[in-house]
Design a protein around this ligand. Structure first.
Ligand code: COA
Length: 260
């Protein structure tokens, strides 16, 4: 389906989604959020898609935030709805059941940083810059940023980023655990593609169940999380991929996973 704010390419079981509003530094307007919701809803059930890579159009920005022009008329009630609606889109990404890799090619500010945080893996160009500058606008991050950033980098560092509204460059983002790796700008999409292909070559049942278990770690105590893990481990043992993976190892050959 053609989108107005997104470009989508699916090949070799990997979907690449480009947020395409480069003249506005890919700021997320209402249409972009609706289209992201539609695209990820389709990816969730699309049997041809195992891994998703998300990036921004142009050379300057991943996403420079929510579209500030659309914020001005918000009231207490509509602001709450606005935040909840954005959270829902990013929750869909986090709970897709398939890995989503953020290839952060430039500014990831406000909603852009929050979008990257909702992805499972973040690869940053050496030109990327991260920040939650909402306090400059008299608001707080509203798409899960206060929650996910604190969980990822710790409350102290999250507080520093959110309260000062300052930006951190790619190397600082790596140092504080905000991104998985930093790569030269020109290599960003190749490196994200390499990682996506590695993941796509695994048994996708186990990949999906791994994500479910990892996501549970943000919601539960250790003992509850371990119960979830044991149950999902049991589910794996009921799959054809498990039989094939273990058999292939013992027969010293590569597994031919059928993702069942
Ligand atoms: N919402 C709406 N428009 C945005 C935007 C946003 N979040 N971020 C950038 N833009 C627009 C600018 O208004 C400008 O549009 P124009 O050419 O029609 O005037 C265009 O994108 C280019 O941005 P500009 O500010 O000229 O680029 P810059 O290189 O001077 O600065 C930034 C880059 C990222 C530092 C700056 O754009 C910025 O601070 N953006 C807002 C970041 C933010 O507060 N995000 C959180 C929102 S909740």
């Amino acid at each position: 389906m053609p989108y107005q704010t997104l470009l989508i390419d699916v090949r070799d079981r990997i979907a690449t989604i480009i947020i395409n509003r480069p003249d506005k530094l890919n700021a997320l307007n209402a249409l972009a959020k609706t289209e992201l919701n539609e695209a990820f809803t389709e990816f969730k059930s699309d049997r041809e898609v195992d891994v998703v890579i998300i990036t921004g159009a142009g050379d300057k920005a991943f996403v420079a935030g929510t579209d500030i022009a659309e914020l001005t008329s918000l009231t207490r009630e509509s602001g709450k709805e606005f935040s909840a609606k954005g959270q829902k889109v990013l929750d869909l990404i986090e709970q897709l059941g398939k890995p989503v890799i953020a290839a952060v090619n430039g500014y990831a500010l406000g909603g852009g940083c929050e979008l990257a945080l909702a992805c499972h893996i973040r690869i940053a160009s050496d030109r990327a810059k991260f920040g939650q500058p909402e306090v400059n606008l008299g608001i707080i991050p509203g798409y899960g940023g206060t929650q996910r950033l604190a969980r990822l980098v710790g409350r102290g560092r999250a507080a520093e980023m959110i309260l000062t509204g300052g930006q951190v460059d790619a190397n600082e983002a790596l140092r504080i655990g905000l991104v998985n790796k930093v790569v030269p700008h020109a290599e960003l999409m190749d490196r994200a593609g390499q990682m996506a292909r590695t993941i796509a070559s695994m048994g996708q049942k186990a990949v999906g169940l791994s994500l479910q278990a990892i996501n549970a770690s943000a919601e539960t105590s250790l003992s509850e999380g371990e119960k979830v893990e044991a149950s999902l481990f049991g589910d794996c043992c009921d799959t054809e991929d498990f039989k094939e993976g273990t058999k292939a190892f013992l027969e010293k050959r590569k597994p031919a996973f059928k993702n069942r």
